[in-house]
Every structure is written in C-alpha cells, then in structure tokens.
Design a binder for this molecule. Structure first.
Ligand code: ADP
Ligand code: MG
Length: 688
C-alpha cells in the first residue's frame, strides 16, 4: 500500500494534487483518512414517517414540478409515495435537471428534512432518478462522510477510499501491534477496525461512533498515540547519546548572583536550579521543560543556568517569542549580569545593519549572554562557544521549531543543552505525551507575599463603576492596565478601538497620565511607553493584547479586560498574570458584553474561582482541546488523525508502558509504526 495514489485506477495528476492537499499521497493514506460523520442510507423510509431534522433516504413519484419566483428563481417539486408528500426545493438547477424532474418521474432522495410553510420539505437533496420499477440498490453499510477540500467531491473521495479498502481486504494483513496486546486490550485487528470505521454495518450506534468510543476507533487512536509517543521517545534517546559540554554545577558567578539578589530564592527555584545543574554537569545534552505559572519566577532560574555556562567560559542564548518580551529579558539580564562583568548582547530582526554586524561580531567573539528573538537562529549567526539555549514561553513555538533550533545550535561534536520554559502549565498525562522528548520540572511555588488576584466579571454596561474603581486605585498610587478587545484580526480596527478607549479614559481621569500601546505603535515608541510605565511615570496603560506575555511591572495592581467573553482561558490567565506581581493585593475586572454564551460563562467562572494556572489549564483543556493548548495546531507533529489527547487521555498510561515493551522486545516494529502515523516529519526528526 506504500504506493503513490496515482497508481490507483482513476487517479490522474490533477486528482492526486487535490488529494495531497488533505494529506493523502499514498494509497495507504486513504485508509487513514477517517470520516467526520456517518449517514444512514441503509433503509428507505416511508415519506409519511419523516420528521423535522431527520436525515433520511426516501423514494417517491413527482406529482408536480414547476419553476417559480419567490424573491428568487427556484425549482419546486412535490414528491409522494402513498404514505405522504414532501416538497423538494432547488435554488440552483440546470436545464437538464429541470427536464429530469418532471411529473411522473421516480426519485430516490437523501437529505435533511425540515418544516416549510406547506409541510415537510427538503432543500437540495441528493437524488437519483429511478428508471426501473424495482427501485435502487440499498446501501449495505452506513455511509461515511469525509473531510475534504474544494474541488474534491465527497462521492469521488468515497469511491477512492472504497478502492483502497478493497485492496486492504485482498492484501496481506497490515497489522503491526502484537497479537497479545490487541487481545489484552480487546481491540479488533487493524484491518477490521479500518473496515468498521469506513463502513459501519447497519444498526451501529452512530452516537458512540461520533464520540469515538467504539473499540475500532479506540484501537486506531491507541495505535496513533503509541506512534507519536514512540517518535518522541526515539528522539529523546537519540539526543541522549549526543555529546554536550559538561558545565560546573555551581560556580562562582552563580553564587555571587544569588547572593546579590534582593530576595531569597523560593524552595521551588532552588530545587529546579539543582536539577538543572545536575543536567548541565552531564556530557550529554539537557532537554528540560520548566513549567511555572505566570509570576512564579522562571527568569531567575534561567539566569542561574546561564551562569553555569558563563562560569565555564561558554555562551548562553536566550530566546523569547516577541520583541517586547525579549527586550524585557535584555533589561533584566543587563541589570543582573553587568555588575558581574558579563556582557549581554542583543540580537533582534529589527537591528540596523551596523548594529547587527556589531552584534554578530560579539557573538562570534564569544559574548557570554545573547538575548533575542528567533533572529538568534537565523543564517549568519555564528556562536563561538554555545553551551546552552534557553527558550522562553515555549508554547509560542512549535515542536518542530524547538527541534530545528537544536540542529542549528549544534557545533562540531557538541549539541547545546536546552532549557524550555512555559507559563502554560500542561497537565501531567498530556505533558508525558506531547513533550515525551523532554524531562520536565515544575515551579510550583510562587514568591512569598503574593496574593491571589481577585477576579470579578461585570457586564460592560457597568463601565462607569469600573472607571470609578480605576480612579480609586490611582489615588492609592497604583498603576492600572486597561486591555482593549481584539477586533476581527484587524490591526487598524484594534488600534482605533484602543485609541477611542484611551481618549475616554484620559477625559475621565484628567489628573493622571494615560498612554496607549497597540500593534500599530512603532517599536521604539512602544518601548518608551513601556519603560515609562515601568518606572511609574505613566498611570494607566491602555493596551491591546500585545502585553499578553511576560511583561513585569510589580506596581500595577488593577487590570481591566474588555470583551473578556471573546478570549480564551489561557490568554485571560496570562493577561491577568500581569498583575499580582508585587506584594499588594490586586484585582482583575473581566468586562463582558451580555448575553453570555454557556461556554463564555463557564470560562469566566473558572477565572473567578481560581488563580492557579494548572487548574485553569485543566479546565481549558476540558473546554477546548489539546491542540490549541499546546500551540501545535500549526506545527503538525502532534496533529493527529484519530486520537485526541483530551478525549483519549485514559489510553495514555497504557501507551507508555506498551511503548517501553515494544522498544525493548520488538524494536523493529517501531519505525514502521512511526512511519504509518507520524510520517516523514517524525522520521526526519527521529534522525536528528
Ligand atoms: P515568570 O515565571 O512569569 O517568568 P518572572 O521570572 O518574570 O516570572 O518573575 C516575576 C517577578 O517575581 C519578577 O519581578 C521577579 O523579579 C520576582 N521574583 C522572582 N523570584 C522571586 C523570589 N524568590 N522572591 C521574590 N520575588 C521574586
Ligand atoms: Mg517570564
């Protein structure tokens, strides 16, 4: 079955190109292209039994047919079978159709029935004219409906998948899982499972099918999860045998740094620094994920790790996903490191040519700390002695990017250690699958004195009250964030809305300085504003969600978020994390436009009830799905065909133990499983 689709009868280059758009290039891919839903066309229903909302097959004879104008031109036919009558309505029709649908013609139709003015009706049914008395052949199985793409008709796709299934029946068994496993788990064979999901027999409970709870589907999901897990495990094992520079566990610089900090490290920070120190002391590369809620103090840990490298005369690259966040790290690291006599070099895509040249020279000359955006890993950047890469807010980067970075950082026989940090805490089972190539540790303790951010939700109609509470906070010398809604992905509209809000606030608060940042404000201007806000010269910062990640202004203790009902939980939690960073009590007001949908109500409720990022992440996961949480929607590696990390979480533990067994006892199966489910991306990165 590992043949290109063009070898299948009826597939030419044009069709093959369409198929490749939905990820189908091999005949076998057709088998793993699974239905999104099913239609029951196995029984012809009497027209008299049809009810609104039914999707059904029925047959009858055309009583009347006419083209009429009801605001627009349409073809209306009345179909009857002796038990009842139904109206067929076509808004688009050809002359040929008009001719075929004449009085006396017998039709078999399929579609969704609804209630029209004059009784049951159906718009644009699929139909076939019946020429002989006996009626059409009934479908033997439920009819699968596949995800498809423009220009690739459902019927065509269904037929091709049918051919692949016929080959599957004739071919040798494609089974890769050990018999004992499928027996223990009560799973059908791969062949049976595939046949079942594509052609469920009549009477199958489609409710169960839609929930993907049927053993056939669970078996496929299991195999897919297993393949992804194995691919990441293999990656991790390949990394293990690579060489990295062994760094001192706790050198002089790190000791001086910690002693000079204006605060004590939390227990969690100390523990994580020790763990990281142990990793760095080894001569194979660290691959560690540091999870910690917003404000838990990840930056200090990263700094401590960087000093292990600096102590040994090596370089650290620190990468953040946005300019704003990278610049903030630059400022922090300069504060911390320049007193220790360490140069901090800045590299972003926005540097002038001469500045960039100077930065590249410094990097090639061995500058100990380099801070920047992904520009750090573009062509032309040569590190002299790179030993450690720190990636902040990992969820903003995909798995692929992370792996590509490691390749890029490799020098001679050495691969840099990698520390990736995320403020989006990932539930354990999920982390074990999605990040199976990383060791993970958790910063589960916030710096002392922090108080939870008191969160309330208010209808936007109470805006005046909210402005009052802003005034009160300002009187107490606090600073305030006012976060404006995002409007339809349009920078310009966002900017206008934000300007409007800022104008009104400035009017309502004449004694205070209100400033505005949004995506259209030039970076230099934005930096000036952020710096002024940080130093307390600005009282109210009106911003679009550009401030979402990482900004640190401890004196800001009130945040207003407009149109909170439109934002995701994780994003709201991140935003809210901008306040509550000092020791004063802070609050967050979620303004919403009523009426709230059920989903929005639940989301806002979660934020009101808990300030704990893990709890928020768990709820978010339950409400949304894994892809978005992990930021992998676009990146592909965790893009699954059947499995869903949330829905199928109960399988994950078994997946892990089975993976270990396979790696030990039947390693030859592993690459085949990976190729089947993860494809080229998996095997490529597996080789890294
Ligand atoms: P995040 O984990 O969100 O990246 P940061 O590293 O930005 O958090 O830290 C948030 C704030 O807490 C910073 O102002 C930082 O200086 C401060 N901080 C970090 N660790 C401690 C600590 N142990 N005690 C007191 N304040 C701390
Ligand atoms: Mg941070």
């Amino acid at each position: 079955m590992l043949r290109p689709t063009t070898q299948l009868r009826g597939v030419g280059p044009a069709l093959a190109e369409h198929l490749s758009r939905i990820g189908i290039t091999q005949v076998a891919d057709l088998l793993f292209h699974l239905p999104v839903r099913y239609e029951d066309r196995t029984q012809v229903r009497p027209i008299g039994s049809l009810q609104t909302g039914d999707k059904a097959v029925f047959e009858g004879e055309i009583q009347t047919a006419a083209v009429v104008y009801r605001g627009r031109r349409m073809l209306i036919a009345s179909l009857a079978d002796g038990t009842g009558q139904i109206t067929l309505r076509f808004f688009h029709f050809s002359r040929y159709q008009q001719k075929a649908l004449e009085r006396g013609a017998r039709l078999r139709c399929y579609g969704e029935v609804r209630r029209g003015r004059g009784g049951m009706e159906i718009a644009h049914p699929e139909y076939r004219v019946l020429h002989d008395e006996a009626g059409g052949q009934n479908e033997e199985n439920l009819t699968a409906v596949y995800p498809t793409t423009e220009g690739l008709q459902q019927g065509r796709l269904r037929m091709l998948i049918g051919r692949a299934l016929d080959e599957l029946v004739a071919a040798e068994s494609p089974e890769l899982l050990p018999l004992k496993l499928t027996a223990d788990m009560d799973f059908p064979s791969l062949r049976d499972a595939l046949l079942f999901v594509h052609r469920p027999p009549p009477g199958t409970d489609t409710g169960q099918l839609m929930l993907c709870r049927h053993p056939a589907q669970q078996r496929l999901a299991f195999e897919e999860l297993l393949a992804h897990h194995l691919s990441l495990r293999r990656l991790r094992e390949n990394v293990r045998v690579e060489k990295a520079l062994s760094l001192p566990r706790q050198g002089e610089l790190q000791r001086l740094f910690i002693a000079a900090l204006p605060f004590e490290l939390t227990g969690a920070q100390q523990r994580n620094l020790r763990e990281i120190g142990d990793d760095l002391a080894r001569d194979n590369p660290m691959m560690r994920l540091l999870q910690g809620d917003v404000g838990s103090g990840k930056t200090v840990v990263a700094a401590g790790a960087a000093l292990c490298a600096a102590d040994a005369g090596y370089q650290t690259a620190i990468m953040a996903p946005t300019e704003l966040l990278a610049e903030q790290h630059l400022a922090t690291f300069k504060d911390w490191f320049e007193p220790l006599g360490l140069d901090v070099v800045w590299l972003s895509g926005r540097l002038k040519v001469s500045e960039r040249r100077a930065a590249l020279t410094a990097i090639a000359g061995g500058a100990p700390i380099v801070v920047g955006t992904h520009a750090l890993f573009q062509a032309g950047v040569e590190f002299a002695r790179l030993a450690l890469v720190v990636i902040d807010e990992q969820h903003r980067f995909g798995v692929h990017q992370r792996l590509a970075l490691r390749e890029k950082g490799a020098q001679g026989a050495h691969v840099p250690h990698q520390l990736v940090m995320t403020a989006t805490p990932i539930p354990r089972t999920l982390a074990m699958t999605a990040y199976a190539d990383l060791d993970s540790s958790i910063l589960d303790e916030k710096p002392p004195g922090r108080q939870p951010v008191e969160t309330v939700a208010m209808a936007a109609t109470r805006r005046a009250e909210v402005v009052q509470s802003v005034a009160r906070a300002l009187q107490q010398n606090r600073q305030v964030y006012w976060v404006c809604p995002l409007i339809e992905e349009s920078d310009l509209l966002d900017a206008e809305a934000a300007e409007d809000t800022a104008g009104k606030l400035a009017e309502a608060l004449p004694d205070y300085r209100v400033e505005l940042v949004h995506g259209r404000v030039k970076p230099e201007q934005r930096d000036r504003i952020m710096t002024a806000f940080k130093s307390g010269e600005i009282d109210v910062l009106v911003a679009t969600t550009v401030i979402e990640v990482g900004v640190d202004v401890p004196n800001a203790s009130l945040m207003i978020i407009e149109n909170a009902e439109r934002m995701g939980l994780a994003q709201l939690h991140q935003l809210r994390g901008r306040v509550g960073r000092g020791s004063d009590s802070s609050s967050c007001v979620l303004l919403y436009k009523p009426p709230l949908t059920q989903m929005a109500r639940e989301r806002l409720g979660v934020l009101r009830r808990t300030d704990d990022g893990f709890e928020v992440a768990r709820k978010d996961l339950a409400l949304r799905g894994a892809g978005e949480l992990l930021g992998t929607r676009q990146t592909g590696l965790m893009q699954m065909k059947v499995a869903d990390l949330v829905r199928d979480a109960h399988l994950i533990e078994t997946v892990q133990s089975v993976a270990s067994d396979l790696l030990r006892d039947q390693p030859s199966i592993v690459p085949r499983l990976i190729r089947r489910w993860v494809g080229e991306a998996g095997s490529h990165y597996g080789k890294v």
